[in-house]
Design a protein. Structure first.
Ligand code: ADP
Ligand code: MG
Length: 359
């Protein structure tokens, strides 16, 4: 990244005994779409409110080389869209969009032109005289987006703006948000707890856990190379098996798994203790199911406990001899599936390089 557009430096926020945000550090490039993804209570909104100026943190926020912390919220010029519709109910759509421009005392002709541009951007031409109550939830959020973008803010903050909408509408507005981001090139910080939404929208994702960012990366980076067990569980599906750490060096481990010989050279994360316990992570879609032990490759013997048809793929739940659950996902029509039954004993093969060990 060249000189970062936005820098979040050592941000910390406490509410009495609760530390909502521990030590968040983040560089954001101009025009980037960056999402804060994490479970409820992990500090995503608090971080966003600190950027908006609603909360005072320790640490610093630098936008275009200038510290923002001494600038009050209403002078930061940052656009915001929140979960609940925050339109003024007594104002029309056009008046709602014009509101921030009137506050900035723009000439009337300029305001009218901007309102027209914004309605076009969010595809709501012809709606300017409606009241918010006469529009659907999705339309109201598009008006909120138009209002937030009307004064060309350098930064747009969005806090779970689609969570009150049903799935179909949510996907439709996700497309709109992507298009608007590409068209305007505004820098967006977006909060969601929904991994699919994060993957769909973002250039990069910051995964929040308990007030810290566990990892920042593109969706494929987080998926292929999760830094922590939490990230591995949060992005995509994952299987975990307990294992023993035999050796650990240079980011690789040899591990021992019940029922197999030593598995060499698995990518390693965390603080290894040789001879100690660890967890082996496998992706269900990377496992190969065979009837007999595959010669020369790493495989775990398991018993099939359930088979579920999920449309384009089939989910096979299995158990190891020790009772650990291991799920495998196979494409529909996979030859191993025909005549597979509950109680069958099969082998799940995998490439150690595609697995991960977490300590
Ligand atoms: P998220 O948006 O990821 O769900 P939040 O940033 O809202 O999480 O909250 C992080 C933590 O801080 C939670 O434990 C929450 O209960 C606490 N918290 C947030 N805001 C306040 C507040 N105003 N007063 C006290 N505790 C708060
Ligand atoms: Mg929140």
């Amino acid at each position: 990244m060249s000189k970062p557009f936005l820098q979040i430096r050592g941000i910390r926020k406490e509410y009495g005994p609760v530390t909502a945000v521990h030590d968040v550090n983040l560089d954001v490039a101009q025009g980037e779409f960056l999402t804060f993804l994490g479970p409820s209570g992990s500090g995503k909104s608090t971080t966003l409110y600190i950027l908006a100026g609603f909360e005072d943190p320790t640490g610093d926020i630098v936008l275009n080389g200038q510290s923002l912390l001494s600038t009050p919220s209403h002078k930061r010029n940052i656009g915001m869209v929140f979960q609940r519709y925050t339109l003024f109910p007594h104002l029309s759509v056009g008046e709602n969009i014009a509101f921030p421009l009137k506050v900035r005392r723009l000439p009337k002709a300029e305001i009218d032109a901007k309102v027209r541009d914004m309605l076009k951007l969010v595809r709501l031409e012809g709606f300017e005289d409606r009241k918010p109550a006469q529009m659907s939830g999705g339309q109201q959020q598009r008006v909120a987006l138009a209002r937030a973008l009307a004064y060309d803010p350098p930064l747009l903050l969005m806090d779970e703006p689609l969570s009150a909408l049903d799935k179909k509408l949510r996907e439709e507005i996700q497309h709109e948000i992507r298009r608007i981001h590409q068209q305007t090139e505004v820098t967006i910080l977006y909060v969601t707890h929904d991994q699919e939404e994060a993957l769909r929208l973002s250039d990069r994702i910051a995964v929040f856990s308990k007030g810290v960012i566990d990892q920042i990366g593109t969706g494929p980076e987080l998926y292929a190379n999760p830094a922590t067990r939490f990230v591995a569980e949060f992005i995509g599906d994952s299987d975990f098996l307990p294992c023993d750490l035999v050796t650990a060096a240079n980011g690789r481990a040899d591990i021992a798994l019940a029922g197999t010989t030593v598995i060499p050279s698995v990518p390693l994360h965390g603080k290894p203790v040789v001879g100690g316990k660890a967890a082996l992570m496998l992706r269900p879609e990377r496992l190969r199911l065979t009837r007999s032990a595959p010669g020369g490759s790493t495989a775990v013997p398991v018993t099939v406990s359930d088979i579920t048809f999920l449309g384009n793929n089939i989910h096979v739940a299995t158990q190891t001899a020790k009772g650990d659950a291991l799920a495998v996902r196979l494409p529909f029509g996979h030859e191993a599936i025909s005549s597979l039954n509950r109680g069958d004993r099969v082998w799940l093969g995998f490439d150690p390089a595609s697995a991960h060990v977490f300590c």
